[in-house]
Design a binder for this molecule. Sequence first.
Ligand code: PLP
Length: 359
Amino acid sequence: MPSDAHLKLFIPGPVDVRPEILAAQTAPMIGHRSPEYADLQARIVPKLRPLFGTAGRIFIVTASGSGLQEAAVRNCVARRCLCLVNGAFGERWYQVALANGKQADPLEAPWGRAIRPEQVDERLRQGDYDAVTVVFNETSTGLLNPLQEIADVVRQYPGVLLLADAVSAAAGIEIRADEWGVDVCLTSSQKALALPPGLALCSVSDRAMARAESVPHRGWYFDFLSYEKYAAKNHTPATPAISLMQALDAQLDAIAAEGWGARFARHQRLMGQVHTWVEARGFDYFAEAGYRSPTVTAVRNTRGVDVSALNACLRQRGMLISDGYGRLKGDTFRIAHMGDVTEEEISNLLEVMSEFLEE
Ligand code: PLP
């Protein structure tokens, strides 16, 4: 395939971005303290409400998702944080907490197994925690943790905040942050939102803001109090990625036209297509039954397929999937089925993968 040809990404981020959305980034530049910019931000925020399921505050930050992992612990952990770890991104968040000088303990489950609410309850009963971090959709293992059930437990502990990473969930899976009681719910642009990387977005509860007021050394760039102050004028504290915001504005209109419910249902169907292929081709799943992700499937490589050769073949046909994450490389490969991808495109991908297996 020629080097400048469009390689369609079925990797778990960045995902493919439609040409109209890429084009929206080329609108003329505007000043970030201008009325035009304030209008842009004021237009976007209400359109983001269904992304998080919140009627409350939403911050848009120029960073990738990891920036908001850092923001959440910096603003919301005063005493000690319990980090739920059953994959690479749960582990990352634990490391982020430590790197920010926070007291933190991991609650570990084997990779590919969901964190059970009872485990969280047991640890919260024992420890002096004031926050819990959880990754809703573990992109490294293709596992969806039971966020709502975990939130039910955390809400029994009034002084404990729930910080949720929905990086590879939001816009592919319904989230009800207000109803479930999620205090910070964060995501980034390059996953199921199907935008280029560079924006991170979060919902932040009143409880989280009250905590931030009591926490010293929140830093400058990710200070929620500062974000709140500027948001009142539809501004951000520092210069935002205006071109990406223009793409976000256009993409949120496209998502609304599809319908949020229809988008979530499409992700379920895409997962079904991939599951049918996995089972028909004699593979297995890495994630346990009942907790498999609607946005990315980690396939246990039970047939010992050469994933580099598979991807070389896919590349010839203008497509790409992903190897296993970190230590799962070789033992798993991942097919992302998130963003604006259609059933026809997934079916085409799976057909080419089948052809490769039959060669
Ligand atoms: N959390 C999860 C679940 C992820 O999948 C990723 C990236 O793949 C991250 C956090 C880090 O996000 P970013 O690369 O946007 O910093």
